[in-house]
Design a protein around this ligand. Structure first.
Ligand code: SF4
Ligand SMILES: [Zn+2]
Length: 321
């Protein structure tokens, strides 16, 4: 199997990020793996990760070997983000001993790094958090809440867990001493551009009240292969969100949360037809501004909400797709 899939990560790259207001040299690692076990049963309406994942015969050692293959990259990093296209703490996806060994290796090479991983809330327990934190003290857990509205998360996205389940997991993350990062989705299927902006801002309000000091990452929907969103996109019933909408939620979200939340966005496929995009002309400039804001979280780094295709975006606020 290791020959078949190779033992190097699917991909990895360096990027600038920030921790506690200080710029750090971050490393993002996408591991090959069994993929999200939830997606094997039903899958979320916008998520095509399961299509990239190899069958479920990855061995515990295969996960660890992927990290070992890029040891030099890990050295001296301030922030390391591990993605498995699923849940790092799902024992049916990543064997628990692999999780522990991965953290051990990173701790040895980059003892002062913050390590981020993603999980569905059901895999977050006091036991899991205590076990992982006993290996490495600085952990950040990213939970895909997507929306504080059950109707949006459970109905339109198909995540199948209620808000209370997110609160349970997020409370454990905070109580354990780890950091919390919450993903919110911008423009799930069947929600208009304007409706989705409202939904994200209302979710930001909830998170800002309940989890001050945490981070919110706004993920504009991009059209991934084999998803329900792709089906709608192909018949002209879905347009990925405008970059103006991303700017709008970052700006108004920061107004709502102030210093209580760090708000970021990394629009996958930004500026492309299948990702968040504007008219094509102003896209690079807006994406650059979002990148600057991700690091600084200072409103002045966002472009003024005028010019180029802003009026056309205003029109889209009145349509349903
Ligand atoms: S969004 Fe997350 S929970 Fe949903 S199918 Fe994708 S990886 Fe699984
Ligand atoms: Zn434009």
């Amino acid at each position: 199997l290791t020959e078949k899939y190779g033992m190097r990560p699917l991909s990895y790259w360096s990027e600038e990020d920030a921790i506690d207001g200080k710029a750090v040299n971050a490393l993002t690692i996408i591991l090959k793996g069994r993929g999200c076990s939830f997606a094997k049963r039903e899958s979320c309406t916008m998520c095509g990760y399961n299509n990239d994942s190899p069958p479920s015969d990855m061995m515990a050692q295969d996960y660890v070997d992927q990290i070992r293959s890029i040891l030099d990259e890990i050295d001296g990093r301030g922030y390391i983000k591990i993605f498995t296209s699923g849940s790092f703490t799902d024992p049916n996806e990543v064997p628990p001993e692999s999780c522990e060994n991965i953290l051990r290796i990173i701790k040895e090479r980059s003892p002062d790094s913050r390590i981020l991983f993603e999980s569905r809330p059901e895999f977050i327990t006091h036991d899991v958090m205590n076990r992982l934190l006993s290996i490495h003290k600085d952990l950040e857990v990213a939970l895909g809440l997507e929306s504080a509205e059950d109707r949006v998360r459970m109905g339109l996205i198909g995540k199948r867990y209620p808000l209370g389940e997110f609160f349970r997991a997020a409370d454990i993350v905070i109580a354990s001493g780890a950091r919390l990062k919450t993903y919110l989705i911008l423009k799930p299927p069947f929600l208009s551009e304007a409706g989705s902006i409202k939904d994200v801002l209302s979710s930001i309000r909830t998170l800002s009240d309940r989890y001050p000091g945490s981070t919110v990452s706004v993920n504009p929907v991009n059209v991934q292969k084999g998803t329900m969103v792709e089906g709608l996109y192909e018949i002209g019933s879905f347009r990925p969100p405008w970059l103006w909408s991303v700017i709008e939620v970052l700006r108004s979200g920061k107004d709502i949360a102030g210093d209580r939340l760090r708000i970021v966005s990394y629009p996958t496929g930004g500026g492309k037809r299948r990702g968040a995009h504007n008219c094509g002309k102003c896209d690079p400039q807006l994406l650059e501004a979002i990148k600057r804001f991700d690091v600084s979280n200072v409103l002045e780094d966002l472009p003024s909400p005028v010019g180029c295709c802003r009026a056309e975006w205003g029109q889209s606020m009145t349509t349903s797709i």
